[in-house]
Design a protein. Structure first.
Length: 279
């Protein structure tokens, strides 16, 4: 069987699922973009404009900066912690991978509630440390959104660990043994064998974690401050408002959030295509 025939059969096998995803996601995303540009108003005549974006004013850019800050910080922590957990599991520490697998099944809503009970001023951790008399920092609802970042990092690190460990489990052993036979030390094998093999899975899982963090609503709503607010919280608040004129503004916030995730996905895909694993 020729390579072109195999490629055609592979494409035909996934085509129905791809078409369905494109129709559902593309249709919803197209509707949001058109509504943000005034071309699908709930009331009035369709007219191309950017009034929905300009109506948000400086709040939109503050939300963009806040969303990027939370997503970048939590994704970076999740990538580091997840990679460390995956490497620990491959070294024989199966408990780390079991813990990651259990963590993945916990909904973010439950995780946010648990983080609030743990890190709030009157939560479990300050009670254990005896700091309930005002000595505990404002981690929940505080200025730096620490509890939000901590929850995302905790949950997404488990996802990263599972993906990276699953990728390395089938590939790293043979290469590692070969490098050891050729005289490579432990750190040389880690730097020259393990990390390059883990990089594609790490990039892909980190990009997925970033996209989820940008679009997630419940964690930031429960653990964050009322103002400023991430794009996801802004979009939900405006969409559920009794004032229907705020619907285009909600669509504008959602469009900006989607654009951020598309850019990150494109960058991740660019680096993945350059890797040997893609080829």
């Amino acid at each position: 069987m020729s390579a072109s025939t195999k490629s055609f059969r592979g494409t035909a096998a996934v085509l129905p699922a791809v078409v369905l995803v494109v129709l559902v996601v593309g249709g919803g995303l197209g509707t949001v973009v058109l509504q943000s540009l005034g071309l699908m108003p709930l009331v009035g005549t369709p007219e191309l404009s950017v009034d929905a974006y300009s109506a948000l004013g400086g709040d939109l850019w503050r939300s963009v900066v806040l969303t990027l800050s939370i997503a970048i910080a939590s994704t970076a922590l999740a990538a580091v912690i997840g990679l460390a957990a995956a490497l620990t599991a491959l070294s024989g520490g199966r408990a780390a991978l079991v813990a990651a697998g259990v963590t993945v099944t916990v909904p973010h809503l439950i995780g946010a509630a648990a983080m609030a009970l743990l890190l709030a001023d009157s939560g479990m951790l300050p009670r254990i440390l005896g700091l309930t008399d005002g000595g505990w920092p404002e981690l929940v609802g505080g200025k730096w959104w620490i509890a939000v970042v901590a929850e995302y990092a905790w949950k997404e690190s488990a996802f990263v660990a599972v993906v990276v460990a699953g990728t390395l489990a089938t590939r790293v052993a043979a290469f590692d043994e070969t490098a050891a036979t050729l005289g490579a030390g432990r750190w040389a094998r880690l730097r020259l064998v393990t990390l390059p093999l883990a990089r594609p899975a790490l990039i892909a899982s980190a990009a997925i974690a970033f996209a989820y963090t940008v679009g997630s609503y419940e964690v930031a709503r429960i653990l964050g401050r009322p103002y400023p607010e991430p794009l996801s919280v802004m979009a939900i608040r405006l969409f559920t408002s009794i004032d229907l004129e705020t619907r285009p503004q909600a669509a504008a916030a959602a469009t900006i959030a989607t654009a951020l995730t598309v850019v990150v996905a494109a960058v991740a895909l660019h680096y993945l295509r350059r890797s040997a694993a893609w080829k």
